[in-house]
Design a binder for this molecule. Structure first.
Ligand SMILES: NC(=O)c1ccc[n+]([C@@H]2O[C@H](COP(=O)([O-])OP(=O)(O)OC[C@H]3O[C@@H](n4cnc5c(N)ncnc54)[C@H](O)[C@@H]3O)[C@@H](O)[C@H]2O)c1
Length: 274
């Protein structure tokens, strides 16, 4: 029974008690690591004993994120996920710094340009697919042999509720997130014999930079109203937090989820199921 006045659902400190070694001695690559979900996840992985290679686009933001984490077990790397050698560079750095790879959290992603399909351009789709789809593919391609060499591990991809449902104005993003869930399924089946699990997280709207951008693009100058509209669609009545997605990433990265592969895990406050 919960202690009086303590909610087991909302008290993170209590949830964490006694679970500080879920990723002990594991090496994790976290892409999009300077962003909302990535930085929270890197912090969570470090708390649970992992060594973390934090990867993001801009060297200064990578450096700032690494120093914010204040850990001897974190290194940073600036890589463009859209570059052809991005996966190899991440994996080579993780091997050089920590001796191998156990976990890939392929989380980097962009929302792209928000607007109607009839006004969209090929390059709107190409850019979003280059990061959200090919960026992940490259990471998985390079990491899988290294993870297999350690006897198996876990690949976690940040998909989205946009992997499952449509949303007006977000066609490139929705198409890319559907595509990446297809890739997760294919990779799960193909990599299972190597002991590698591959799962996707489907966050609903999360209270961070990406939603601010989507809200502002959807109705310039009226982001608050757009936010209120999205919030009204969430049965739990609020946006999620970066930390709530980090907890899901930890679950999927760790042996706690050892019988799950090829699945998509909703963390959306009930958005999709209603
Ligand atoms: N925020 C939400 O509401 C939400 C909902 C569902 C899914 N997601 C997904 O979560 C993931 C993380 O996004 P977030 O919410 O933390 O937003 P964010 O913008 O804070 O973080 C994304 C990070 O990815 C990095 N990135 C972008 N393009 C890159 C590239 N080419 N190479 C390397 N890094 C690059 C950005 O610099 C940024 O730090 C994304 O895949 C996003 O699609 C977010």
């Amino acid at each position: 029974m919960p202690a009086e006045g303590v909610s087991y659902v909302t008290d993170r400190a209590l949830l964490r008690e006694g679970h500080m070694n879920e990723l002990k001695d594991k090496v994790a690559i976290v892409t999009g690591g300077a962003g909302g979900i990535g930085l929270a996840s890197a912090r969570r992985f470090l708390e649970e004993g992992a060594s973390v290679l934090l990867v993001d686009l801009d060297p200064e933001r990578v450096e700032a994120a690494v120093s914010e984490l204040k850990s001897e077990r974190v290194r940073g790397l600036a890589v463009d996920a859209a570059a052809p050698d991005s996966g190899e560079r991440c994996v080579a750095e993780a091997v050089a710094a920590f001796g191998g790879v156990d976990v890939l959290f392929a989380n980097a992603g962009i929302e792209g340009r928000v607007g109607p399909i009839v006004q969209s351009r090929d390059e709107d789709f190409e850019r979003v697919f280059a990061v959200n789809v090919l960026g992940v593919v490259r990471g998985v391609r390079a990491a899988a042999p290294q993870i297999a060499a350690r006897g198996g591990g876990s690949i976690v991809v940040t998909a989205s509720i946009a992997s499952l449902i449509g949303s007006p104005g977000l066609a490139p993003y929705v198409a890319s997130k559907h595509a990446i869930f297809g890739f997760v399924k294919a990779a799960a089946v193909e990599l299972a014999p190597m002991g590698i699990r591959v799962n996707a997280i489907a966050p609903g709207p999360i209270d961070n930079r990406m939603m601010r951008s989507i809200e502002e693009q959807a109705a310039p100058g009226h982001a608050e109203q757009v936010k209120a509209g999205f919030t009204a669609q969430v049965p739990l009545g609020r946006y999620g937090t970066n930390e709530e997605i980090a907890d899901m990433a930890l679950f999927l990265a760790s042996a706690r989820s050892r019988y799950s592969t090829g699945a998509i895990f909703l963390a959306d406050g009930g958005f999709v199921v209603q």
